[in-house]
Design a protein around this ligand. Structure first.
Ligand code: BTN
Length: 248
């Protein structure tokens, strides 16, 4: 990918913003956050060939190896802060639509191959003032034609088809994310559940084990616990316990 290919892909995807392309950064999140604080408009996108300090959810690092793409989008959603949890869910729905509906969404926003290995992740970092979302910097990492050498990671190339072009992935990903952010929240929740990896399965998350029931109104994950009660979790990493409800 280069700046010109990216610009052309943005135009083809119908995006009106000029992408910022950088050969190497610490994290695209930091560059996009600085632009957002400087007044960058909704949809401003920063794309890097390499990140030396890429970060993931829950304080983890995000590794960019050849064949992966990294980008961050400045979003200015008109949302009360209590609905912020739906932004990364809308992003996951948009990225799934861009990359292929064969992918499954692991709560809240990982995209998985059908065998459970991860091809893309989303990180949302927001600034909130007086209960209203000022901006969200939404970072997306996609393993397009290559992936880090980790057992849990895979690339789109492993779907067996020619992987899409990296500039296309960024431009169409951003276009679909912006589309889904403009949809009513209940429509986003339905689309997320259509692509969900673990509905009806027994999972463990945030120290609780139960059957995955889908999304709560605020984007939390609903679980049916063993004692029959329902609980909602808002943080944590989902682990599959069993594909059969009840854990057997
Ligand atoms: C996760 O799955 O934990 C989220 C990964 C998010 C990675 C992307 S790559 C572009 C942007 N810049 C970063 O430093 N992180 C996000």
């Amino acid at each position: 990918m280069d700046a010109e290919a990216l610009r052309a892909a943005f135009e083809a995807a119908g995006l009106s913003t000029e992408p910022v392309w950088l050969p190497e950064v610490g994290s695209t999140q930091d560059v996009a956050t600085a632009l957002a604080r400087d007044g960058a408009v909704h949809g401003t996108t920063v794309v890097a060939e390499r990140q030396t300090g890429g970060r993931g959810r829950r304080g983890r690092t995000w590794v960019n190896t050849p064949g992966t793409v990294a980008f961050s989008v400045v979003l200015r959603p008109t949302l009360p802060a209590r609905h912020l949890g739906l932004v990364p869910l809308a992003a996951a729905v948009g990225m799934r639509e861009a990359l292929g509906e064969v992918l499954h969404i692991k709560w809240p926003n990982d995209l998985l191959l059908p065998d459970g290995r991860k091809v893309a992740g989303v990180l949302a970092e927001a600034e909130v003032t007086a209960g209203q979302v000022g901006h969200v910097v939404l970072g997306v990492g996609v393993n397009v034609s290559g992936a880090p050498d980790l057992p849990v990671a895979a690339s789109l190339a492993e779907l067996g088809k020619r992987p899409p072009d990296a500039a296309w992935v960024v431009a169409h990903g951003v276009a679909r994310i912006l589309h889904w952010l403009g949809q009513p929240l209940h429509v986003v929740r339905e689309a997320w559940e259509d692509g969900a990896a673990h509905l009806g399965q027994t999972i463990e998350v945030a120290g609780r084990t139960g059957m995955c029931l889908g999304l709560a109104e605020d984007g939390g994950l609903r679980l049916r616990l063993d004692d029959g009660t329902e609980d909602v979790v808002h943080t944590g990493d989902v682990q599959l316990v069993s594909t059969h409800p009840g854990g057997s």
